[in-house]
Ligand binder design. Structure first.
Ligand SMILES: Cc1ncc(COP(=O)(O)O)c(C=O)c1O
Length: 444
């Protein structure tokens, strides 16, 4: 295992070797929900794992689906409420100055947020989790691990908002970025790293072209150069892919998407096994203040309970939609890692449990792409993704408009589909009808 300049990196074995956090940027870890449970004896392994606030290590004895419903979510000690309450409070009473039950102010910590942090960290196979106000809140907080003059090597097919942040906010401040294709990332990353490279930033599958980056290969190259690897796991979710197990140091999420799962919140998350990075993120989370409110944390927690079952249906429907589109006369190319023709198919099979719920395709022209987006009835024309309802969008004019002037600008004839969990037959029929209507409108 290699060492990043921030300290020991994570990786497959790191969880078991995590030491209790000592002094550092902050005196102690954020308190666990367990502090509220002191009045009650521990019952069962979940509770036992929560009792020591400095060791929030999760229960590895049970499966993903069980942890999604129980981890960090003991019945409320005050009332027995089975569901974690929404602790909708900004502050907490102190018995004497500095004497409290583990929480003093909700920007620094809130019990509903702690429950989410414990649960989602465990799903990512991480010892430490931090919730943020949005995916970009998680990104901007993570970028505070980097200093001006240092380099970030980033996959070029990255969410447009991340690209905009890197090039329009951080680059003018003296941070350096190099954008590489997913193929270059997987194959020749080492050639692009030097001793000023602090972070290798991956999305896989990428947004919106659904390219794959080999996380294990990228982590090997990054660690050899002393850089840390950050993976935006929003598209795959921990149900399909766990980057920390593949050697990444930090995983981030827009919980707005599959994790929340119902298009009713904005949120972000970061998870790591590196105690030094975790401590720094705790400090940054409190100091920068990009924190989610308790209700949004509660909504994500509720979404996590059905993540596994939803992801299975998203994947099944996406495969059905991709196979309908593949070979359709009005479609130039379908981009879906589940297709054997997809360049990332083998990598996807290696590092993902299934191929995900996103499908992109190239229409014959920009006009047809725009026309089909406007002509579906079940698929809603909207930004975002990962909700139970199917969405369609035109990235070049919507989510990725900020890449328009980049050499790797999103193709103008690209359509992106977030395949929901409705009936696959209805989704295919609606797309089929929209393609006919679009072709008629374009005068084909
Ligand atoms: C892959 C990816 N990462 C990050 C973000 C940003 O998340 P948020 O909109 O929650 O700030 C998005 C948003 O679409 C995304 O698709």
């Amino acid at each position: 295992m290699s060492t990043s300049r921030l300290g020991r990196t994570g990786g497959r074995d790191s969880a078991s070797s995590v030491a209790p956090v000592s002094s550092g940027y902050e005196p102690a870890l954020r308190p666990c929900l367990a502090l509220l449970h002191r009045a009650q004896p521990a019952r069962g392994s979940f509770c036992a794992s929560l009792l020591d606030p400095k060791r929030c290590n999760y229960n590895r004895g049970v499966e993903f689906e069980t942890r999604a419903i129980h981890e960090g979510q003991e019945p409320d000690p005050a009332t027995g409420s089975v569901v974690v309450p929404i602790y909708q409070t900004s502050t907490f009473v102190q018995e004497a100055v500095g004497e409290h039950k583990g929480y003093d102010y909700s920007r620094a910590g809130n019990p509903t947020r702690t429950a989410l942090e414990l649960c989602l960290a465990s799903l990512e196979g991480a010892e430490h989790g931090h919730a943020f106000s949005s995916g970009l809140g998680a990104v901007t907080t993570t970028m505070h691990l980097v200093s001006p003059g240092e380099r970030v090597v980033c996959v070029n097919d990255v969410y447009g908002g991340v690209y905009r942040m890197f090039t329009q906010i951080y680059e003018p401040k003296g941070y350096e970025f190099e954008f590489l294709s997913a193929a270059e990332m997987s194959e020749n990353l080492a050639e692009h790293l030097d001793d000023r490279t602090r972070v290798v930033w991956l999305e896989t599958p990428t947004n919106p072209l659904l390219n794959l980056v080999d996380i294990r290969a990228a982590a090997g190259a990054a660690h050899a150069a002393g850089a840390m690897v950050v993976v935006d796991n929003t598209f795959a979710t921990p149900y399909l892919q766990r980057p920390l197990e593949l050697g990444a140091d930090l995983v981030i999420h827009s919980t707005t998407k599959y994790l929340g799962g119902h298009s009713d919140l904005i949120g972000g998350f970061a998870a790591t096994n590196d105690p030094t990075v975790a401590e720094r993120l705790t400090f940054l989370q409190k100091s920068l203040g990009a924190v989610p409110g308790p209700f949004d944390c509660w909504l994500v927690l509720r979404g996590l309970k059905t993540l596994a079952i939803r992801m299975r249906k998203h994947c099944e429907n996406a495969a059905a939609v991709a196979s309908f589109l593949d070979g359709h006369p009005k479609i130039e190319q379908v981009l879906f890692p589940g297709l054997e023709s997809h360049p990332g198919h083998e990598t996807a099979k290696l590092q993902m449990a299934d191929f995900g719920g996103m499908v992109s395709f190239l229409a014959e022209s920009e006009e047809e792409a725009v026309a089909v987006c406007a002509r579906t009835r079940i698929w809603r024309l909207a930004e975002s993704l990962g909700g139970v309802e199917s969405l369609i969008e035109h990235p070049a004019r919507m989510t990725h408009a900020s890449t328009a002037d980049a050499p790797f600008a999103t193709p103008r004839n690209l359509v992106r589909l977030s395949v929901g969990i409705e009936s696959a037959d209805d989704l295919v029929a609606d797309l089929e009808a929209a393609l006919v209507r679009a072709a008629a409108a374009a005068g084909a």
